[in-house]
Design a binder for this molecule. Structure first.
Ligand code: PLZ
Length: 445
């Protein structure tokens, strides 16, 4: 058993005391190789002993500023005291009854909070599940049941998960679906909006998306379209102005359910509860997960009551969906966002860190574009003077930062994007420190 760390004394700066990964992490990694499937990746193989705020500490005593947040999960910081105490209280009270057997209040509360904080004033309802992919799977079921139609529209560069249906929805076959047999059917893909490369206005890009979907499948068979308002794994692309609004308008005219997959961009990260709001979108359905419960596994679908209610009793659910401990954590997360003004904190991160990235771009021609919103920012790394991808430089930069105590993740269809997903509470000092390491890393290429 490990002893919980005293959060008030947990370090908040980076410090490297061994080679990276250190000897204990290396030994642990050998153990892992004998026990854990090869299929499970390890981007940064240091083994974590504790984490608080924006800093994680590994078993060798190395301290890292966490710009990954477990792929955008610990948005309000690691071990937020309010989340920790909500979880501790709930664990001691009851851990499971199954909401579809004997229900409890916090599930209802989370559904109310999702309805309250998602765009639009119409009546909304929610269902809670365990992971982002499961939320996407459920949104498809819900849209099919409501429309009586079957086909699913997705965009280039999309990522929606690792289950059978969501594997079929991802843009990249490799590594997600390679060799895993036949995938979910009736998925149709269309070009997205990627202003840095396509140079199209929102209206032009939407015209092309809609043309593809009309020709490949047609609105009469299309149950829903999934968009990530800011594309996550694909490389944090922010679509051109008006693009998503035009897609949504076409959906509304054609009885196609417009689904915003907010699994990565949602829950305060963009500076709004859901990034859809920053584009002036009112999605029919939203899928949410990751940041919603401070690191506890929880996900959901929230949307128009009439669409959500088309499902018959017993059609939606699962043993663990909306687990009471995860729901207690989520209620605490919503509470902290309000109490601590965390939407404004996300916008501060955008100003400070995004501004810093643009300064680096002026200095280093290898940075082709700085993009993103709030605490979801990225740089696309190119061969200088071109827009050609430079994934080798990304690998070197990520490794350099990692060895100096900064955890970064790559992204992008061509692995040539570095993404930043810090907690929205990461301090200006920590952000400036990360920028200085990044500057060194690029200069050292
Ligand atoms: N939709 C938009 O970003 C998860 C996955 C990384 P789960 N993204 C990180 C990996 O390699 O597995 C994601 C997402 C969007 C859906 C998902 C899936 O969410 O909670 O991982 O199932």
């Amino acid at each position: 058993m490990t002893t919980p760390v005293e959060t008030s004394t947990h370090p908040q700066e980076r410090k490297i005391v061994t080679a990276i990964p250190g000897p204990k992490s290396q030994a642990m990694h050998e153990r892992r190789k004998n026990a854990v499937s090869n299929g499970v990746g390890a981007a940064l193989p240091v083994y974590i002993a504790s984490a608080h705020g924006s800093v994680v500490v590994d078993i060798d005593g190395n301290q890292f500023i966490d710009m990954a947040s477990g792929i955008g999960v610990t948005t309000i910081g690691h071990t937020d005291p309010a989340v920790v105490s909500a979880v501790q209280n709930q664990v001691a009270n009851f851990t499971h009854t199954c909401f579809t057997v004997t229900p409890y209040e916090d599930y209802v509360r989370v559904a109310e909070l999702l309805a309250q904080h998602s765009p639009g004033t119409h009546a909304k309802k929610a269902v809670l599940v365990n992971s982002g992919a499961e939320a996407v799977e459920n949104a498809i079921k819900i849209a099919r049941k409501y429309t009586g139609k079957n086909a699913v529209g997705v965009l280039d560069h999309a990522y929606h998960g690792r289950t059978n249906m969501t594997m079929a929805m991802n843009f990249k076959n490799s590594p997600y679906a390679t060799g895993y047999g036949s995938l979910g059917t009736a998925v149709f893909r269309a070009p997205s909006s990627y202003p840095f490369h396509d140079g199209l206005s929102g209206e032009e890009a939407a015209k092309s998306t809609i043309w593809y979907l009309e020709k490949q499948v047609g609105a009469q068979d299309l149950a829903c379209i999934f968009v990530e308002p800011i594309q996550g794994e694909g490389g944090f692309m922010v679509p051109a102005d008006g693009y998503l609004n035009a897609i949504q308008a076409w959906c509304t005219e054609n009885n196609v359910v417009f689904v915003a997959d907010e699994v990565q961009a949602g829950m305060a990260r963009s500076g709004a509860y859901f990034s859809s709001e920053t584009f002036g979108l009112v999605p029919d359905l939203i899928t949410t997960a990751k940041g919603i419960a401070g690191g506890m596994p929880l996900a959901g679908v929230v949307g128009r009551a009439e669409i959500m209610d088309a499902s018959h009793p017993g059609g939606l659910g699962g043993t663990f969906g909306g687990n009471p401990v995860a729901c207690a954590a989520a209620v605490a997360v919503f509470d902290q966002i309000e109490k601590e003004g965390l939407l404004a904190e996300a916008r501060r991160v955008e100003k400070v860190f995004g501004g810093g990235l643009r300064d680096l771009q002026a200095k280093h021609p290898i940075i082709g574009e700085v993009r993103g919103k709030g605490a979801m920012l990225a740089i696309e790394i190119v061969q200088p003077g071109t827009k050609d991808p430079n994934p080798q430089a990304v690998t070197s930069i990520v490794q350099y930062c990692f060895e100096r105590g900064v955890l970064l993740l790559n992204a992008g269809t061509n692995y040539n994007v570095i993404r930043f997903l810090p907690s929205v509470k990461t301090s200006d000092v920590q952000l400036a420190d990360v920028l200085s390491v990044l500057d060194e890393a690029i200069s050292a290429l």
